[in-house]
Design a protein around this ligand. Structure first.
Ligand code: 13P
Length: 256
């Protein structure tokens, strides 16, 4: 297994926590999950923009990385309300989510916009996590493969294998996000294999083998080990359970 496929557990805090709670949460995670300091698992948290600096300070040298939930693709200028990848890099972020399902389906982001964000993230030196996944009605209509293939082809359009080697992909079936309905390990593994095959077709076998692919959608302590036990599931992108230090730490420990 390549370095890139060291287990990776990421916590997407979405629009939650506050100034005090964000710092306390990350400190509690660091103290409850010895695997982080041991270096046997990569861990990142994704707080809301306004608490990023707080969290960057609070992680100190715990080994936890910090990422942004979104970026804007321009470097600077008249884009009121937006935050560039360069700004996020400047304050100590390592990662950025691109194309999270809530950005696609609540905010209305398109594959074309997400491709610009992935590209700008890589160019800034941040590491993108490209999120993909089908809606419930798309799964029921047997369109999972078609949707995930489109999201990945369009999301990575114009990027060389060298650039794509910086990417982590997160498969998050929309019907499993925040619903308590987790994909079975077999359902998730099936789509992860499909994604790896697609990367091989688009690039080469080495890149497909080395790309980290996370699962997200109602991941919790009780299903984390079994999900991560699947051959092509390299870690988890956790929403709700990442807001509870005990739960998130347990999931980190189960990755080892
Ligand atoms: P839940 O773990 O709350 O289902 O959220 C998953 C998610 O969207 C992570 O990005």
């Amino acid at each position: 297994m390549s370095f890139m496929r060291k287990p990776f557990v990421a916590g997407n805090w979405k629009m939650n926590t506050n100034s005090h709670a964000s710092a306390e949460l990350v400190k509690a995670i660091a103290s409850k999950a010895p695997a982080i300091a041991e270096g046997s698992v990569h861990v990142a948290v994704f707080p809301p923009f306004v608490y990023l600096q707080n969290v960057v300070k609070a992680i100190n040298s715990s080994g936890i990385a910090v990422g942004a939930q979104d970026i804007y693709y321009e470097k600077e200028g008249a884009f009121t309300g937006e935050i560039s990848a360069l700004m996020l890099k400047d304050i100590g972020c390592t990662y950025a989510l691109c194309g999270h399902s809530e950005r696609r389906h609540v905010i209305g982001e398109t594959d074309e916009l997400i491709n610009k964000k992935v590209t700008a993230t890589i160019m800034s030196g941040l590491l993108p996590i490209l999120c993909v996944g089908e809606l419930r009605e798309e799964r029921e209509a047997s369109k999972t493969e078609e949707v995930v293939t489109r999201q990945i082809r369009k999301g990575l359009a114009g990027l060389s294998a060298e650039k794509v080697s910086a990417i982590t992909i997160a498969y998050e079936p929309v019907w499993a996000i925040g619903t308590g309905l987790t994909a079975t390990p077999q359902q998730a593994q099936e789509v992860h294999v499909l994604i790896r095959k697609l990367l091989e077709q688009m690039y080469d076998a080495k890149l497909a083998e080395e790309t980290r692919i996370l699962y997200g959608g109602s991941a919790k302590p009780s299903n984390a080990a079994e999900l991560m036990g699947q051959k092509d599931i390299d870690g988890l992108l956790v929403g709700g359970a990442s807001l509870k230090a005990d739960d998130f730490a347990a999931m980190i420990q189960s990755a080892v």
